[in-house]
Design a protein around this ligand. Structure first.
Ligand code: ZN
Length: 274
C-alpha cells in the first residue's frame, strides 16, 4: 500500500509529466474500480476536456486536481498502482481504467487485488475514506503540540492508532513499523501510557523517517511509479533478519492479514504487562 513517502514521490513525478495536460478520453477496461460521484455517473462527461492543474497527496490518496474544481482521487489500497505510458501498451489482465492525455500519453490504473478505487468527484468529503482522516503526518500544521493534543483523544495500541488514519493521515503498516523502531517504542504500547518524552520521540521519528524515505525514493523510483521500493527499510518485512541497531533478530507479530515487525530488544514491552 502506498504511504506518504511513496505518494509524495509519485505526485512529484506526475507534477512534472502530466500537470498542464488535458484528458482526451477515459478508457474503462474492467468495472468496479472507477466510481463517478456525480448524479449522472458519466466518467467521460466528467473529465474529457479537463486540464490537470495539480497533483497532491492527502492521507493515503493521490489527488489529481482538474480545472473547474474537479478531482480524481485514487485510493490504491493494498496493491493498486498507476503507470504512465501510452495507449498502445498491451492491456494487462488487471488494468481497470486509463486517462488518455493530450500529449499522447496515458495514466493507467492497475490493481492485482482489485481493492483500490478511482473516484471522480467535485467534493472530497464525499469520498469514502477521506472524510474523518487526521492531518497528514508531514503537514506543517501538525506541530508537536498539535500531535500531543490529538493523541489524547485516541485509545488503544500505538500500531493500530497510527495506521488507522484518524490521528494522522498517510502512514500505514510499513512506515508505522519504521517510525516505532526509530522511536524505540514497543508497537503494542497503549497510547495513554506514553510519557511526554516518548510522545516527542514518536513525533520526531515520524517526521524524520518519512522525510528520509522521500529522499531515498526520490533517488530510486524514477519513472517506475508503479513499483513499491521497500528494501531499504530497517525492520518492516524483515522478520528474522538482524536488527540494524543491536543485531538481534527482528520479531514479527501477526494480527489477521497484518504483520508487525520490531526489535524486542530495542523496543521493549510486553502484551501482558499492559
Ligand atoms: Zn535491536
Amino acid at each position: 500500500m502506498p504511504e506518504t513517502p511513496d505518494l509524495v514521490v509519485i505526485a512529484r513525478y506526475l507534477q512534472e509529466w502530466v500537470v498542464g495536460l488535458r484528458i482526451q478520453a477515459v478508457r474503462e477496461f474492467r468495472p468496479l474500480a472507477l466510481r463517478v460521484l456525480t448524479p449522472d455517473q458519466d466518467a467521460s462527461l466528467f473529465c474529457v476536456g479537463r486540464q490537470i492543474v495539480a497533483v497532491t497527496t492527502r492521507a493515503k490518496f493521490l489527488l489529481l486536481t482538474l480545472d473547474d474544481a474537479r478531482y480524481i482521487a485514487i485510493n490504491f489500497m493494498l496493491a493498486g498502482a498507476l503507470r504512465h505510458g501510452t495507449p498502445e501498451q498491451p492491456i494487462r489482465k488487471r488494468d481497470y481504467v486509463a486517462f488518455v492525455l493530450d500529449d499522447g500519453s496515458e495514466l493507467r490504473y492497475h490493481d492485482p487485488r482489485g481493492m483500490g478505487k478511482v473516484y471522480l468527484c467535485t467534493d472530497l468529503d464525499a469520498v469514502p475514506g477521506l472524510s474523518g482522516v487526521g492531518p497528514d503526518a508531514l503537514a506543517p500544521e501538525l506541530t508537536l503540540d498539535v500531535f500531543r493534543a490529538r493523541l489524547r483523544s485516541h485509545r488503544g495500541e500505538l500500531k493500530g492508532v497510527l495506521t488507522r488514519g484518524a490521528l494522522v493521515g498517510g502512514i500505514g503498516n510499513a512506515y508505522t513499523d519504521e517510525i516505532l523502531f526509530r522511536a524505540g517504542i514497543y508497537p503494542f504500547r497503549r497510547v495513554h501510557t506514553l510519557t511526554a518524552d516518548e510522545v516527542e520521540a514518536l513525533y520526531e521519528a515520524m517526521r524524520a523517517v518519512l522525510h528520509e524515505a522521500i529522499a531515498v525514493l526520490g533517488e530510486r523510483m524514477g519513472d517506475e511509479i508503479d513499483v513499491r521500493v521497500r528494501d531499504f527499510l530497517a525492520v518492516h518485512n524483515k522478520p528474522g533478519q538482524p536488527c540494524p541497531r543491536c543485531g538481534r533478530p527482528i520479531s514479527e507479530v501477526k494480527s489477521g492479514q497484518r504483520a508487525t515487525n520490531f526489535c524486542r530488544h530495542c523496543q521493549p514491552g510486553s502484551l501482558i504487562r499492559q
